[in-house]
Write a protein that binds this ligand. Structure first.
Ligand SMILES: Nc1ncnc2c1ncn2[C@@H]1O[C@H](COP(=O)(O)OP(=O)(O)OP(=O)(O)O)[C@@H](O)[C@H]1O
Ligand code: NI
Length: 309
């Protein structure tokens, strides 16, 4: 059985303009020790999925389906039960350290806090453990400093330390490389990879950068307009994409000449009928605007396209 399974997860946000269908009927499985990438254009629902798993969405969200972690449905747990999962079993590494770190507490106190609160460790043990982790992440001596005294890269390491100090079984990294220059990207990936390996965790890597996905993940899910349109082994999907959207996404990457995907990003309030990608698809057929294709599985490669059925 998988470590984590999303079964028909859907998320809607009620807004004055209408109901935003941010994620629709998402099926995903994550195995132990596995790294899965979730990719897609901005606004396609990647962060919403990560936040729905840990029930971190705002009040205007309605979530249906199930999120099964070790046989338990996280969506059915009490607030108290889910708060024991957060950080301890499943943790998120956010993109922006300044939003995740508290400016008025020293780094060591912030990293050790989860050990005091979640594990009830005595203070000296918690500090010792936090110190050990900071050293492992190359932050020797930074524990007594405040976030403003550290560089951006060091703060990112500190934040990764906070997210991983309880050795969660699943790490979810939401665009951890966004805005970093190339040398920093490799650095951040290496760091997250080593934290994952040290706690023998699984990793969900959310990114819009296909190179990042290729370098860190074994499997990949490509999302378009709230739906998974293609999923499979990362190398197969990215080197030989089957869904027209995956193809277009690949062509839009810098190393392929930045060819923009034609047309506009669809409305999430009134998504296109039939295949949601059909208004932008160079290969569309009659049926594509009328009927919704399902996500078909052929030998572990899933594709949602009428041409591939
Ligand atoms: N609180 C909210 N209320 C209404 N709509 C929301 C809310 N949060 C997210 N959305 C909408 O849900 C959709 C999915 O958002 P999400 O943040 O998951 O996108 P994303 O794929 O993570 O994009 P990015 O790459 O920019 O981070 C978007 O259309 C977004 O506008
Ligand atoms: Ni996001």
């Amino acid at each position: 059985m998988s470590l984590l399974e999303l079964r028909g997860l859907s998320v809607r946000f009620e807004t004055p303009a209408g109901s935003v269908k941010a994620a629709s009927d998402v099926f995903l499985a994550l195995d132990e020790h596995e790294t899965l990438a979730i990719v897609g254009e901005t606004g396609c629902g990647k962060s919403v999925i990560a936040n729905a798993i840990l029930r971190l969405l705002p009040e205007n969200a309605s979530v249906t389906g199930s999120v099964i972690y070790r046989g338990m449905d996280l969506l059915k747990m009490s607030e108290r039960e889910i708060s024991r999962i957060r950080g301890r079993e499943i943790a998120i590494i956010f993109q922006n350290p300044s939003a995740a770190l508290n400016p008025v507490h020293r780094i060591l106190d912030q990293v050790s806090e989860p050990l005091l609160i979640h594990l009830n460790l005595p203070r000296h043990k918690a500090l010792h453990e936090a110190d050990r982790l900071l050293i492992a992440l190359g932050l020797n001596g930074a524990g007594r400093l405040y976030p403003f005294q550290l560089s951006g890269g060091m703060n990112q390491r500190a934040m990764i330390a906070c997210s991983s100090v309880l050795r969660p079984k699943i790490l979810m990294a939401d665009e951890p490389t966004k805005g970093l220059d190339q040398s920093m990207v490799e650095n951040a990936l290496e760091l997250i990879g080593s934290v994952r390996d040290e706690s023998s965790a699984s990793l969900i890597m959310i990114t819009h950068d296909l190179d990042v996905a290729l370098s860190i993940s074994e499997r990949i899910a490509v999302m378009y307009c709230g739906e998974i349109v293609e999923m499979g082994r990362t190398e197969n999907v990215l080197c030989d994409p089957e869904h027209p959207y995956t193809k277009a996404l690949r062509e839009s990457m810098p190393d392929r000449g930045f060819k923009p995907i034609p047309g506009n990003t669809p409305s999430m309030i009134d998504p296109p009928e039939g295949c949601r990608f059909h208004p932008r698809c160079p290969f569309k057929m009659d049926i594509c605007s009328r009927e919704k294709p399902s996500l078909n599985n052929s030998c572990g490669r899933y594709v949602r396209c009428w041409r591939c059925t």
